[in-house]
Design a protein around this ligand. Sequence first.
Ligand code: ZN
Ligand code: ZN
Length: 465
Amino acid sequence: MHFVSLGKTEAIGASCYLALIDNTGILIDAGADPDEEGPASLPDFDMIHKRSDWHVDHVLVTHAHHDHIGSLPVLVRHFPHVRVHMTRATRDLTDFVLPASARLQRRKLQEGNSIHAPLFKEEELEEHRFLYAPHDLNTDFDVTGLRGQCEITARFYHAGHVLGAAGILLSWESEGQTRRAFYTSDTNQHPQSIVPGGDYPEPPVDILILESTLGADSDAELTTRKSEEKKFADALANVLARGGTVLIPSFAFGRAQEILALIHRFKELERIPFDIPVYTAGSMRAFADIYDRTRFNTPRLDEEFRVFGVDQMRLPRKPAMLNNALQGPAIHVAASGMMFERTISNDLARRLVEDEKNAIFLVGFAKEDSPAAQLLTAAEQGDDAEVQLDRMKPAQPVRCEVQRFRFSGHSHRRDLIKLVERLAPKTVALVHGETNARTWMAENIRFFYPDIRVVIPEEGTPVEL
Ligand SMILES: [Zn+2]
Ligand SMILES: [Zn+2]
């Protein structure tokens, strides 16, 4: 298998890989770089046009996060004949995620918050829909290309990351032997609150293409979900008991639904009072609806659980009612998770931050320099250190409680190393992680399993796996 990354590889970036197997071209994921805008956020699709022996027959999309699906419409424009394969739930999510992304890009340009023309328009997405082929988990489907010299089958495995997320197993015959390559995509081996832990193929595989998101995070492996849940429940109970309002900035797809399920469980177990009002807002409600609609045909810890079964109110817009909703005790779950400017969580944070009764609990990754990371830094300094959550507004003293909890949708690095042992590959290719994360992973795999070949693919440089 020739394997090349079309997105940058020194950071998370846009997930997008081309796998060439005996003249079949399979593109894995079509992400956009969340740290970039406009053309700079795209994988380098021109790289494929420049090489006469490279082409794309099939596209496999692992899940509906922006860094895995955000450039799909542009990819289809480059290669209009492709067939795009995904799980049924990812297919449902795609119908919401891509039009929402088109609208956001248009709005940013109109409001002068971006200089880039939208990469795609809502109307063209309608035309792409017939290219999308939905598949069940654990079911083989054919991905042999027109010029393919051997038959190739693909199969999706539940990845345990978010709704619809899947790892991919590719199988083909080469020189009389069956070869198997498994791409984990973003994966979590342990159950969250709604989504159970991932499933993986029977060992051994020949090639393992492994994500490395938490490869440089030494703290992640020291916390267990159980201890983190206890810490979270105790902290919530404390703030609510003193009549405070808790803001939980959450990524709208995945984390917000998992957090709501957790709050529901805390109420049922009487860890927090049952009558505390919970407010939700924005697109997380649309994602919740898709979680609920798919609950009987996607992996669940409890298929009876509905996100909208959790008692919640829509955050009011009218100022007087909003003020009322912010009077504690109350819980607000709002996007964005990093509290970017002009988002609901940023607005709410500015309203809550100066009152010591309140709390802002961060439950996801906070990129350096994001408002969420700045808030954490200011809170650690203490003494009313100030934070400027919106560059157009004045700085404010941080008086509310600020805490960070670890509820990652990814496996931590020691678990990823255990997955290597379990799948017993001959070759591991490390992807989707910062350079130091992939270096830690490589060193540890080489140390524990010296017979395994470890490859660190670099953007645009093909490797033979
Ligand atoms: Zn993801
Ligand atoms: Zn990802």
